[in-house]
Write a protein that binds this ligand. Structure first.
Ligand SMILES: NC(=O)c1ccc[n+]([C@@H]2O[C@H](COP(=O)([O-])OP(=O)(O)OC[C@H]3O[C@@H](n4cnc5c(N)ncnc54)[C@H](O)[C@@H]3O)[C@@H](O)[C@H]2O)c1
Length: 339
């Protein structure tokens, strides 16, 4: 296969970012088609990125015989339905997180992926492709910090992007499923263990919309893994300085910390307010390298007929299930086992 032809669905906050990357920055990949329900957005992006084929109907795009793979960046509740349509049309699939918005959907996705072992399926847990997280994983796997005892992970979106975040909230699946899935994925990845129990707390500290949606705007959880390792996570949507994601992995013989200050570079700015480091302004810039690397991996898998070794549909189900249990734990105030 000379170059991999991709069709991408969803041109919102992240869909546009993925489309730009696929159109110009992934060697061996051609962005052949895009799909979106909003026709003016569809036309504008096709023109800007030089994409030859446009669709408002997802199944019609999947029926294009020239396409090798589909990238799904649509609202989360559509993911499983679209995975099914794409795979039944013989297309490889990259799907953004979360896998589904309930466990039944995730189980359905498992069946579809199992029915198509010849097709690549990759999930959008892009932190695993970030150079610092990948290096931490390499060191953990090499035994450099001994046995992993605790993973502490925090995800804070910037206040400066709150308007687009609030628009996204009604179809986000809620804070545990939308944001905390990344931290739950990291806890499973670094501990090498499934999650056994969760206890989640949180509240609405600022945005009434979150209350209307039975959601939180600040959420925290403590988890216990099957192998006894522990996890703490925290998420909020209004970090003052920019996009802040911190992870600490504590082992019996050492500790690894990623971005204890979410600084975008080593520059120190000194002015009348004092000395400071600037944060990444949004999640797109924080994870730019990781978004590129995960898309490169997806198209390489298609070209070489290989599959992601440790990022499967079952990881998607396990993480989503833990996230749903966090939501139920928050609602009931109880520590809950994973079923
Ligand atoms: N990996 C990450 O860190 C990360 C970050 C942001 C978003 N996401 C995920 O990406 C997905 C999209 O998020 P977003 O922030 O870009 O959302 P968004 O609301 O900004 O964009 C959604 C897009 O899908 C389009 N759309 C809606 N229904 C459609 C349909 N039936 N057919 C075709 N297009 C349709 C909308 O017009 C819009 O362009 C979500 O699942 C979200 O969880 C992941």
């Amino acid at each position: 296969m000379e170059s991999v032809k991709i069709g991408s669905v969803g041109l919102g906050r992240l869909g546009y970012e993925h489309a730009k990357n696929l159109a110009a920055s992934i060697p061996g990949c051609v962005l052949h088609a895009i799909c979106n329900v909003d026709t003016s957005r569809l036309r504008a992006v096709a023109e800007e990125l030089g994409v030859p084929h446009t669709y408002t109907d997802f199944a019609a795009m999947c029926a294009d015989p020239e396409l090798d793979g589909i990238v799904i960046v649509s609202p989360s509740f559509l993911h499983v339905e679209q995975i099914k349509i794409a795979m039944e049309h013989g297309k490889h699939v990259f799907c953004e997180k979360p896998l589904g918005t309930n466990v039944a959907q995730c189980k359905e996705a498992e069946k579809v992926v199992e029915a198509h072992p010849e097709l690549v399926f990759q999930l959008g847990f892009m932190r695993r492709f970030d150079p610092s997280y990948a290096e931490a994983k390499r060191r953990v796997d090499a035994g450099e910090i001994g046995k992993v005892v605790l993973v502490r992970s925090c995800t804070q979106d910037p206040r400066s992007t709150i308007e687009s975040t609030l628009k996204f909230l009604p179809h986000s699946g809620g804070q545990f499923l939308d944001m905390c899935v990344h931290d739950l994925d990291l806890i499973r990845w670094f501990t090498g263990s499934n999650i056994r129990n969760v206890w989640a707390i949180g509240g609405v500290f600022e945005f009434d919309l979150c209350r209307e949606l039975h959601d939180t705007d600040n959420a925290a959880a403590m988890v216990q893994c099957e192998n006894g390792a522990m996890g703490f996570l925290f998420a909020n949507r209004t970090h003052a300085a920019g996009c802040n994601v911190e992870t600490e992995i504590v082992g019996t013989h050492g500790t690894l910390r990623i971005a204890p200050v979410g600084a975008r570079n080593l520059l120190q700015v000194v002015d009348e307010h004092g000395a400071r480091q600037e944060y990444y302004p949004d999640f797109m810039s924080r994870w730019h390298t990781a978004f590129l690397a995960e898309m490169q991996a997806f198209t390489d898998h298609i070209r070489t007929g290989t599959h992601p070794a440790d990022l499967t549909v079952y990881d998607g189900t396990a993480v989503s299930e833990a996230a749903y249990r966090c939501k139920e734990s928050f609602e009931t105030g109880k520590m809950l086992p994973i079923r």
